[in-house]
Write a protein that binds this ligand. Structure first.
Ligand SMILES: NC(=O)c1ccc[n+]([C@@H]2O[C@H](COP(=O)([O-])OP(=O)(O)OC[C@H]3O[C@@H](n4cnc5c(N)ncnc54)[C@H](OP(=O)(O)O)[C@@H]3O)[C@@H](O)[C@H]2O)c1
Length: 320
């Protein structure tokens, strides 16, 4: 079968489309015929092997050379221990280990998969898992705070649309931060205010936000804390490894000392969360933003676009 191969960490040039052996489902696995895969910021990190946490899947080179985590497809075989799914089921979800999806077929334990609703295409379904689960966890609690001021840093990339959308759905006033040329995209997502990071540092907005969700953390706990109102919370989702460690080790102390809550948002891969956020998509509360749909052969170019940050929303690879 055909698959995308990333033999080493590096720039998008290391990626190629090639023939690989057919996967076989183990007793506790399903074999999925992949129809669509969406790319996340984590795929860019797993390609580059940076930040350091991206090497969890192999210190010197990726143990599984096939990238891609958010898949949608059809179950074509199921091992004898699998009871939740059967051949013919349309499924989607985030693959355990964040790799293996950019292939015509993938064998996987189905713990993170859910059934695809009939009203969603494979492309739409593939655009939901990782960013949807981040958005769900990040905005939990906002429904009890109508009018809360929320800032999303890095809102114009793969994961921002569902975050901005869910915060708005809960009645928040949303400030979205990204590159200047993504301002129109951010307004289309529903952001009330847009900040271009080249022009303005949101961390200088002192005492303003009830919640800051940071997809691309580059500031210290002290600095981000000053943008929060008393009682407000900062949650770092991704970004520099030294700052992630600082958020875990020092963030809670800075928060306690200043009457704020500062830390990291840990988002486990969860079928229950995916089902919950998908029901919000099918109910019309939010929808993912799709930058473009490309065939498997164009994945090297898609990784180049992801690496430069030129995508506004999700790049989705359609297979077959
Ligand atoms: N915490 C968890 O449990 C968990 C789970 C899964 C994933 N993650 C992490 O979540 C992150 C996923 O985010 P994503 O998929 O939305 O990433 P993404 O597609 O890379 O989006 C990030 C956006 O931020 C923009 N940006 C870059 N520098 C910026 C700056 N200084 N200020 C404001 N915006 C800036 C980027 O645009 P330009 O580069 O063009 O400027 C891009 O539009 C990844 O880091 C991933 O590792 C965390």
């Amino acid at each position: 079968m055909r698959a995308v191969i990333q033999p080493v960490y590096g720039p998008p040039d290391v990626v190629r489309v090639d023939e690989v052996p057919e996967p076989v489902a183990a007793d506790d696995q399903v074999l999925i015929e992949v129809r669509a895969v969406s790319l996340n910021g984590s795929d860019r990190e797993n390609l580059a092997g940076r930040p350091a946490y991206a090497r969890i899947a192999g210190l010197r080179r990726p143990r599984n050379p096939v990238p891609g985590s958010d898949v949608a497809g059809v179950v074509v075989a199921a091992g004898p221990e699998v009871t939740a799914f059967a051949p013919g089921d349309e499924v989607f979800g985030e693959l355990p280990g964040y790799r293996g999806g950019l292939a015509e077929r993938v064998a996987v334990r189905p713990t993170t998969l859910v059934r695809k609703p009939a009203g969603l295409t494979f492309v739409e379904a593939a655009a939901i898992p990782q960013s949807g689960c981040i958005a769900l966890r990040a905005t939990r609690g906002l429904s009890g705070e109508p009018g809360a001021r929320v800032l999303v840093n890095g809102a114009g990339g793969a994961g921002g649309a569902l975050l901005v959308g869910l915060a708005r759905h809960h009645g928040a006033e949303v400030t979205a931060v990204d590159r200047r040329d993504k301002a129109d995209h951010l307004r289309r997502l529903g952001a009330d205010q847009v900040v271009a990071h080249e022009d303005e540092d949101w961390a200088d907005h002192h005492d303003r936000y009830d919640l800051v969700v940071d997809l691309i953390g580059r500031r210290s706990p002290w600095r981000v804390g000053r943008a929060l109102r008393r009682g407000g919370r900062y949650r770092m989702v991704g970004g520099r490894t030294d700052l992630l460690l600082a958020m875990v080790m020092v963030g809670p102390l800075v928060g306690r000392a200043t009457g704020r809550s500062i830390g990291m948002l840990v988002v486990p891969q969860s079928a229950a969360d995916l089902a919950e956020v998908t029901s919000l998509v099918t109910g019309g509360a939010v929808r993912p933003a799709i930058d473009r749909i490309v065939p498997l052969d164009d994945v090297p170019a898609a990784f180049r676009r992801l690496a430069t940050g030129d995508n506004s929303g999700k790049i989705v690879v359609e297979i077959g």
